[in-house]
Design a protein around this ligand. Structure first.
Ligand code: FES
Ligand code: FES
Length: 79
C-alpha cells in the first residue's frame, strides 16, 4: 500500500448539507481539496463517500492519514 500525499497537515472546514454525499480525496493529489477530482486514476486509491447527517461545518482530513477516513481525527498533529 503506498502512502497518500499529504495535501495539508490540517483539516479543511466545509459547510455540508444534510443528506448530501461528498467524495473525499484519499490520495491527496486532487487540486480540489478536500474532494476528489479524479487525479487518483491509475493509483490504488479511490475516493471515500461521506454522507452528511446534518447541515453545518464538517472538518475533512487534509493530511489523508486520519483513522476516521474522510474526517479529521487529530492524526495530522503527529505527522
Ligand atoms: Fe484523490 Fe480522487 S483525486 S481520491
Ligand atoms: Fe488529517 Fe487531521 S487533517 S487527521
Amino acid at each position: 500500500m503506498s502512502e497518500p500525499v499529504i495535501a495539508q497537515k490540517a483539516p479543511f472546514p466545509v459547510e455540508v448539507e444534510e443528506g448530501k454525499t461528498y467524495y473525499w480525496c484519499a490520495c491527496g493529489k486532487s487540486a480540489k481539496q478536500p474532494f476528489c477530482d479524479g487525479s487518483h486514476k491509475g493509483s490504488e486509491f479511490a475516493p471515500v463517500a461521506y454522507k452528511a447527517d446534518k447541515t453545518g461545518k464538517a472538518w475533512f482530513c487534509g493530511c489523508k492519514h486520519s483513522a476516521k477516513g474522510a474526517l479529521c481525527d487529530g492524526t495530522h498533529s503527529k505527522l
